[in-house]
Design a protein around this ligand. Structure first.
Ligand code: FAD
Ligand code: NAP
Ligand code: SF4
Length: 670
């Protein structure tokens, strides 16, 4: 067995988990959708079938005040019990186990009913909370207990009490948000009474044979957070109060430290759980940026935890565990931690899905059925769109030939993977490479498709996924030797001087800037922690320290014509990380720039109307793209049936999420 620690059962006394993997809590949005519970049941059924040891649902509020957003899912009456039953039945039918997470958002709620220990507004919600009265606190505790009892009635194997990430329970624990002077505030013993009462009373209400996971904020990453000694005290008290397992929580949502983005090294926070090992006798779960069986096994083998939690990796691949069990981890569709289709969706009130697996949370819409009419199909272009279409059509039984003009598959992902902190993009290319092999897709590398190819091979249908070409600009002096395109820099390795101006501050402009200013990426957690001010010695409350100063490799201007914040259109949950990373490296991000001309002196611009010369060695154009669909007309002219997807279809606002989804949708339909 390749993963002896990971695949070992975990004995909890009254029950046993089939392996050491927890599918961590994720809100999907289906909880609130019409007929969403049926879809949710299919979603969880797939993951249970895929062999995961224990599933935790997305956060379910114990009452209205605990909603994350208006009308979020609740567990407070029999109607809710019936909804949840569909989920627990589905999971149990597949031999899985599932716990319901009870989450009270406290001051993080995005609605006017919000409550908190003290009336202090959070920096991430516009709603100022009402301070709970003493009776209000007792009532809230009763609602937690009621939610746990109803969860048991609905067939859950247990509950997870959400005590981290800055939600209500966490707000009681630290002075930062708890300024109370009664029995629920002041001393640490008073501040932790709220979680302890919740766990103690749940245990009393549900009996011994029911899992209680407590998600403990082991590292708050906010000023005035808990000290390590306090965290250990709480862990011990939680064990005594009756919890079966302690899960690790890292960072409040308002913390200015990345905790799960792709630039966070794999397993970067495992050291925190490891520090807790031995302090309690119940099992500990570690979390954050663990996305392969290899990493998970390594963590468990080092005795850094008893169990590993992965959440997004199960959006990316429901069959993660089965593939690991059969020694086929190379077939896993790995989560690249981009957040683009999961967290970014949830924060925009859209149903979650996955960039690399568009069928996640949409299993019923994206079901891949065998074709009754197998065809011989050419896919032109092995970028994300073409790869996704080719794989889906081959899975359905079509005969696929994939033509790629360059010497490798992956399209623009071959540039993305070179950006510091985006190494995970290698995994998506690896996944597709393996799928091509498994599905016997005929791959023609270094083979541009032409109308002659069609005349020779006479394909039934052709899928054009030829992507995009960089937009050409008409600034005076654009042919100056100092001007480069992003492909020159990222694909062709052209030399770049010390002083650089980047025209265009979209996703690619930001990535090129990071590529140019990073000396070496913080790929190990120690380097990463120093950069973001995480104290691995945990000397101060909250675990923060002054971040390291960084000497940038180059001096860079990142420019855009439009008004407003540079990079405003970057991902909702990751844009701030990109901006902060560049700021730390002295990149000057300028908006309202008019490009006048390029000369030996550099780039002549108007900065908010003021003439300025940016004296730079190189100017790099990252000004968007246009579709590359030159083949469409000649192919149609010879009578071919042509479908166009990805960047070739529409270049504006193109990203890999759309490219892969469009490829899969076409593949299902054809
Ligand atoms: P492409 O990836 O452009 O692929 C088209 C393929 O077609 C190419 O391999 C090309 O060689 C081939 N081709 C063209 N003509 C022919 C022909 N006649 N015959 C055979 N083959 C042909 N997106 C995100 O969502 N998230 C990110 O974080 C992200 N980061 C990025 C970072 C960088 C540096 C870059 C450059 C892009 C990034 N993108 C990102 C954008 C993303 O990569 C694109 O949206 C996606 O690759 C578009 O997919 P596609 O298949 O339509 O086109
Ligand atoms: P983009 O996001 O559309 O950005 C293009 C930039 O060029 C904008 O800043 C635009 O700003 C500028 N521009 C457009 N036309 C111009 C012109 N004629 N002259 C000068 N400047 C011009 O495109 P991209 O950066 O090329 O990225 C392509 C796609 O890949 C994007 O959709 C993006 O989502 C995706 N991507 C995503 C990530 C990620 O981290 N999620 C990373 C990389 C790429 P002004 O018009 O204000 O000047
Ligand atoms: Fe992972 Fe990105 Fe998919 Fe989210 S969208 S699960 S971060 S690959």
């Amino acid at each position: 067995m390749l993963y002896p620690n990971l695949l070992q059962p975990l004995d909890l006394g009254f029950t046993s988990l089939r392996n050491r993997v927890l599918m961590g809590s994720m809100h999907t949005g289906l909880e609130e959708e019409k007929n969403g519970w049926k879809k949710l049941a299919v979603f969880y059924r797939e993951r249970a079938k895929g062999g995961v040891g224990l599933i935790v649902t997305g956060g379910i509020a114990p009452d209205r005040a605990g909603w994350v957003a208006p009308f979020s899912a609740r567990m407070s009456n029999q109607k809710h019990v019936r909804n949840h039953r569909t989920v627990t039945d589905a999971v149990h039918e597949e031999g899985g186990k599932i716990c319901m997470q009870i989450l009270h958002s406290g001051r993080y709620g995005f609605h006017p009913l919000v409550v908190a220990p003290s009336a202090i507004k959070s920096p991430i919600s516009p709603f100022k909370p009402r301070a709970l009265s003493s009776r209000g606190i007792q009532k809230t505790i009763r609602h937690f207990i009621r939610a746990a009892q109803l969860a048991k009635e609905a067939g859950y194997d247990g509950v997870e009490v959400m005590g981290s990430e800055g939600y209500l329970i966490n707000q009681f624990i630290v002075r930062h948000t708890n300024k109370r002077t009664d029995d629920w505030g002041g001393s640490y013993a008073n501040r932790i009474k709220f979680p302890l009462e919740i766990v103690r009373q749940i245990r009393a209400a549900v009996g011994e044979n029911f899992i209680i996971i407590y998600r403990l904020s082991m590292l708050d990453l906010i000023p005035d957070g808990s000290t390590w000694e306090e965290v250990v005290t709480l862990a011990k008290a939680i064990e005594k109060a009756g919890a079966s397992i302690i899960n690790t929580g890292i960072g409040w949502h308002e913390a200015r430290v990345p905790t799960i983005a792709t630039s966070v090294p794999r397993g970067a926070f495992t050291w925190v759980t490891k520090k807790m090992m031995g302090e309690v006798s119940i099992p500990l779960i570690t979390t954050n940026r663990i996305n392969t069986p290899e990493k998970a096994e390594e963590i468990l083998a080092q005795n850094a935890a008893d169990m590993v939690s992965m959440a997004r990796p199960f959006l990316a691949d429901a069959y993660f565990i089965t593939k690991a069990q059969t020694n086929k981890s190379y077939l896993i569709n790995t989560c690249i931690a981009c957040n683009q289709a999961c967290l970014d969706h949830v924060f925009k009130n859209k149903t979650a899905s996955c960039l690399v697996n568009p069928s996640a949370c949409r299993e019923t819409e994206f079901s891949i059925k065998p074709t009754v009419n197998p065809k011989k199909i050419a896919v032109v272009g092995a970028g994300p769109a073409g790869l996704s279409a080719a794989v889906t059509m081959a899975q359905r039984g079509h005969q696929i030939e994939l033509f790629e003009a360059s010497g490798e598959i992956g399209g623009q992902f071959n540039m993305a993977k070179k950006i510091p902190g985006k190494q995970e993009f290698h995994e998506t290319i690896r996944y597709f490479r393996e799928q091509i092999r498994q599905l016997s897709i005929t791959l023609h590398l270094n083979t541009p498709f032409t109308p002659e190819t069609q005349k020779r091979d006479n394909f039934d249908e052709i899928v054009l996924a030829t992507g995009v070409t960089p937009r050409k600009l008409s600034i005076k002096g654009i042919n100056h030797s100092s001007v480069l395109g992003y492909k020159d820099v990222l694909s062709d390795g052209k030399m770049v001087g010390q002083k650089v101006a980047i025209i265009g501050a979209g996703g690619i402009g930001f990535d090129v800037a990071e590529f140019l200013v990073e000396d070496h990426h913080a790929s190990d957690y120690k380097h990463f922690s120093k950069e973001w001010g995480i104290d691995l010695e945990y000397r101060e409350a909250g675990g923060l320290q002054t971040p390291n100063k960084i000497t940038p490799k180059r001096s860079v201007y990142l420019l855009q014509r439009s008004k407003g914040k540079v990079g405003a259109k970057l991902g909702k949950t990751t844009g701030w990380i990109h901006r902060a990373t560049l700021k730390k490296r002295g990149v000057q991000m300028l908006s309202e720039v008019t490009y006048e001309k390029i000369t030996d002196e550099g780039l002549h611009v108007l900065l908010k109307g003021k003439p300025t010369v940016l004296e730079v060695d190189n100017i790099i154009i990252c000004a968007g793209q246009v579709s590359n669909k030159d083949l469409e007309s000649p192919l149609k002219a010879i009578g071919a049936t042509v479908h166009i997807i990805g960047g070739a279809d529409f270049a504006a606002e193109l990203d890999a999420k759309r490219a892969i989804e469009q490829g899969m949708k076409l593949g299902i339909k054809i």
